[in-house]
Design a protein around this ligand. Sequence first.
Ligand SMILES: Cc1cc2nc3c(=O)[nH]c(=O)nc-3n(C[C@H](O)[C@H](O)[C@H](O)COP(=O)(O)O)c2cc1C
Length: 264
Amino acid sequence: MRIIACIGSHRKNGNTARAVALLEKELRTAAEENGAPLTVETVFLHELHIEPCRGCRACFDRGEDLCPHKDDLLSLRDRIMGADAALFASPVYVNDVTGTMKTLIDRLAFLCHRPALHHVPACFLATTGGSPTRHTLHTLQGAWLSMGGPSVAALGLKAGALTGAEEMQRHYGRKLKKLARLVLSRAEQKMSSRPGFGSLLVFCIQQKARRRLCKGEKTETIDARYWRERGWFDMGCTFFVPHRAPFFRVTAARALGTLLARVF
Ligand SMILES: Cc1cc2nc3c(=O)[nH]c(=O)nc-3n(C[C@H](O)[C@H](O)[C@H](O)COP(=O)(O)O)c2cc1C
């Protein structure tokens, strides 16, 4: 089992790094109990070379390989896609993720057009000085869901300016332990075989909206080709991969998705 942790904080000994280290410890304990070898790859995003998006749309219109930036983005994308689970952690900066984390999200925006993350369950952490973490976690989770990724859980930690590992453990130890077990079990179950309501809903909205877009296009775009080649436009297709989600969940997600797709 390989888990990749992407950290959007510059402080290597800061609150976010500490929270990730505590979660990693819990993941290792849980993996040991399950007898499953675990590798955790921690990536500080600021140590990579990832340029801000220029908005040229080359990735959308012609493919991500034609992005004018030749930096570490695509190799990080491959590492994320090759992991069994992912963790994204960011401090709250003025109520949202840090610029470093947002740069990563923006540069991966082509995955919202051509989702490829349905096999990588992810969890999300946000640390804050005191204000709510909801918006920051929503940014992280929303981006992941749009890229086709299943979201396991999200946890916000109030940490002040700097919180010691012991204090953080005292306040959040139980929650981090629960989160670690959940992430491991979802990664082992291959979560994409039982997608949640949110994942089914996002799939349905994207499918209906893209089908509608296709009708007005003279030549097939790379997004349309990507969806068509995978059979995602087919009438009976309800998710990126064959799945065993309960009938009621699928029906409810499709009913709401059909309605929402008309609005978008
Ligand atoms: C530029 C900046 C903006 C921040 N904005 C907020 C904020 O809007 N609300 C808040 O409660 N804390 C805010 N904080 C505090 C951090 O979210 C908090 O201390 C976090 O745990 C720091 O994580 P780190 O140690 O990994 O950098 C901000 C800190 C910085 C440096």
